[in-house]
Design a protein around this ligand. Structure first.
Ligand code: NAD
Length: 316
């Protein structure tokens, strides 16, 4: 991995992944692309507008910069995909196959994330096995399962070096999340800083897998650098770090802000999605095949989020 094109680079993951990749592989070796510019004006350098539904555009950029890797992040996330299922299919599947075709034609290494959303209500919820029944009931989940299979297909049929991770809900402070079901786990920290109270759209007792973004970024690089011969589940590794419900976030915040309170006003659509997802995945395949590990638990993540957000809110 020496020269990397990132799609959807202005989103929650991409906005921090691009910086991390530039620090790791060099400023000139990461081409950030998105359909829109970054909200904060960052990423002006080596940025190109690219709609992933336009295959030729992506191909031309990959060729222009002579990249050897595509990291394909452009997608419509779970809650937004439920509101616009046809758009989700066109973007999530159309963009993916376009990106895979570019990787096939140019012989590139390929990464794209799957999600806990690839599981459904009939999947075992606790210690969800690497290989489990996948019958998701959301458009996002349908896209993610099909995407995992499509990436496997491009590896088996065409030898494209495809790799992927089933991300939990990701928590970060730089860029707001883009319309997923786990977004509450980011909002709660903003509201803790601003108002010392949060009304959760996900109900009490609803456990989901979560991860602090720095751990997710390390996992991407570790997987991409892993020895290809050791990868058995190359496109859809379960990776788990934190299993938590809204009240667990509230308790972790109260250790820093005893006056913080949480209330509930459940959104039935997002609650239904959350109820269909695992409480915690089993990451043993990732540990065995490429030494997956994570640094942040709920308490260490909470301390860091509150500190970083406090500084961000003071600056604004
Ligand atoms: P996001 O919504 O924050 O960012 C997606 C980016 O894609 C946006 O910047 C958007 O402008 C861009 N985009 C939208 N349509 C486009 C198009 N037609 N062409 C090019 N770019 C387009 O998403 P994210 O959280 O950064 O997620 C990235 C990937 O990780 C997705 O595949 C998502 O399913 C997956 N994932 C994310 C999470 C999470 O919690 N954030 C969890 C599991 C999996």
């Amino acid at each position: 991995m020496k020269k990397i094109l990132v799609t959807g680079a202005c989103g929650q993951i991409g906005s921090e992944l691009v910086t991390k990749l530039r620090n790791t592989y060099g400023e000139d070796n990461v081409i950030a692309t998105d359909i829109r510019k970054a909200q904060d004006g960052s990423m002006e350098q080596l940025f190109e507008t690219c709609d992933v539904r336009k295959a030729e555009n992506m191909y031309n950029l990959a060729k222009k910069y002579n990249v050897d890797t595509i990291m394909h992040l452009a997608a419509l996330l779970s809650a937004k995909a439920e509101a616009a299922p046809k758009l989700a299919w066109d973007l999530n599947m159309g963009g993916l196959i376009n990106a895979l075709e570019v990787a096939r034609e140019l012989g590139l290494q390929f990464f794209t994330p799957s999600s806990i959303g690839a599981f459904g209500p009939s999947t075992p919820k606790d210690e969800t096995p690497q290989e489990a029944l996948q019958r998701p009931t959301t458009m996002y989940g349908v896209n993610k399962v099909a995407g995992e299979l499509l990436c496997d297909y491009y590896y088996q049929r065409f030898g494209v070096d495809t790799r992927g991770l089933r991300f939990p809900g990701l928590i970060s402070y730089k860029t707001l999340p883009g319309g997923g079901t786990t977004d509450y786990a980011v909002e709660i920290y903003y509201e803790a800083i601003k108002n010392k109270t949060y009304t959760s759209y996900i109900g009490e007792g609803t456990y989901m897998d979560m991860m602090y973004l720095p751990d997710a970024l390390n996992a991407i690089i570790d997987l991409m650098e892993a020895d290809s011969d050791k990868l058995i589940h190359r496109n859809a590794f379960n990776i788990s770090a934190i299993s938590a419900a809204p009240e667990d976030f509230a308790k972790a915040i109260q250790k820093h802000q005893p006056e913080f309170t949480i209330k509930y006003d459940v959104d039935p659509i997002r609650q239904k999605i959350a109820d269909s997802w695992p409480n915690r995945m089993d990451s043993s395949a990732a540990v065995m095949e490429w030494n997956y590990s994570f640094n942040y638990d709920l308490d260490t993540m909470t301390a860091d989020m509150l500190e970083k957000l406090q500084a961000k809110v003071i600056k604004q």
